[in-house]
Write a protein that binds this ligand. Sequence first.
Ligand SMILES: NC(=O)C1=CN([C@@H]2O[C@H](COP(=O)(O)OP(=O)(O)OC[C@H]3O[C@@H](n4cnc5c(N)ncnc54)[C@H](OP(=O)(O)O)[C@@H]3O)[C@@H](O)[C@H]2O)[C@H](O)CC1
Ligand SMILES: [K+]
Length: 466
Amino acid sequence: MQKLFDEVNSLDKRCYSDFYLSEDILMEHAANGMAQHIQKNFNKKSTIIIVCGSGNNGADGLALSRLLHPDFNVRIYYAKAPKSKMAILQNKRTKSVGVKECSELFECDIVVDALVGTGFSGEFSDELEKLMKQINSLNAFKIACDIPSGINPHGVCAKETFQADVSLTMGALKKSMFLDEAKEFIGKIEVLNLGISRDLYETSSNWHLLDLDDLQLPFRDKKNSHKGSYGHLAVASGQKSGASVISALAALRFGAGLVTLVGYEDEKSLNIPHSLMYSHGVPKNITALACGMGLGDAFSDLELQNFLDNDLPTVVDADIFHMPIISDILKREKLVITPHPKEFISLLKALNIANISITELQKNRFKYCEEFCLLYPHVILLLKGVNVIIGHKDSFFINPHGTSALAKAGSGDVLSGLIASLLAQGFEPIDATINASLAHTTLSCKHLGADFTLTPDDLIDNIKML
Ligand SMILES: NC(=O)C1=CN([C@@H]2O[C@H](COP(=O)(O)OP(=O)(O)OC[C@H]3O[C@@H](n4cnc5c(N)ncnc54)[C@H](OP(=O)(O)O)[C@@H]3O)[C@@H](O)[C@H]2O)[C@H](O)CC1
Ligand SMILES: [K+]
């Protein structure tokens, strides 16, 4: 798990005041980190264009050029004249060692984007937008200095943002790198050391990035056990029963001792897989509930109330977010909700938190998750997206490991099944949500076929490879 920050200016300032480091020392380490990355991964004599802007991001690029010259064939492209104190100083140093500039872009091995970093605001001028298009069209390997130019600290991406293969970011991870919109531009991420260990550079943070190896799987340590030792999950099975079957099968494979579909259809007409139970009411020894997937209007209000008439850990998803009963459900303890953006905006509207479009939500995912969790501190929120956000009270976790392979009907049903399975097995709701989300993305990474071929059945099948 790694810490995430809104901004790192205050962390830099702490280095000056508490550790007696100067801006120059920090910048030299930033540039040296980038130089080491290039020296490790590319042949000497590779041709490198460093596109520099007027602020300290440009200054980082200028310092990098000095460190790589003359071992590499470096050219500076001045997109804007050096303006900040450090950019002017670095430019003098660069010129004094004889780094050459270029007035036009050309095909090269590496292009480094040091046009603008965390100081970006507004939009690019037409001229810079055209330049960025040109840079993006180069075949060169693309390295973003700190953050791709065009992503601002609030995560809003410019119309033409640098498309990095790798972002070499200074000191600590910034939250803006993990907005869904940024996923297209950010590439791989490496954090560079600024002359002090990352542990000392970083302060505390309520936001964390989940690593795949944070995953904790169910562990069967009891030798003298039976199916009841691992929980009994009830899944509401409604109009589109396939969704509940997917959830139930995922839950069973992920370790729940017993999974029962609860519905009011004729069992024989449904063709239920033989590993699942089917019941017209909630069995007595249930340890967790899952509700909403494919539910439609199959349950009467009374049937739904009966299903939920207990204080068991519960995960709700899909159709339930559009039903009036959601406001009662949100009063439950041990509740996990897993909306996708469209469901979340409908929920925010129903709860009078905000009346916003999906675009507005996607640009401000962090803010709206925080607002919801402040008002519903007992609920675990999992907001779906390419970078999943999990929130509880004032703690937030981002799972960035999802891929477009998961963009398929039924993926969400698998996720709710995984969460429900861990709830049934006794995991705390926040741990169930984090671990199920990590397992879900790990399952998609284990898929051997092309990404477009992944189905919910593959995900369930892959659970045995965890
Ligand atoms: N710990 C660290 O993160 C460290 C980071 N360092 C590097 O410093 C930058 C941040 O430097 P800063 O000078 O604050 O900001 P930038 O260089 O990113 O941006 C400011 C310049 O960008 C120009 N700008 C802003 N918006 C636009 C725009 N829409 N179009 C064009 N240009 C824009 C602005 O120009 P003006 O003419 O408007 O003034 C500024 O000149 C950080 O990202 C790191 O790379 C240090 O190395 C220390 C450690
Ligand atoms: K940049």
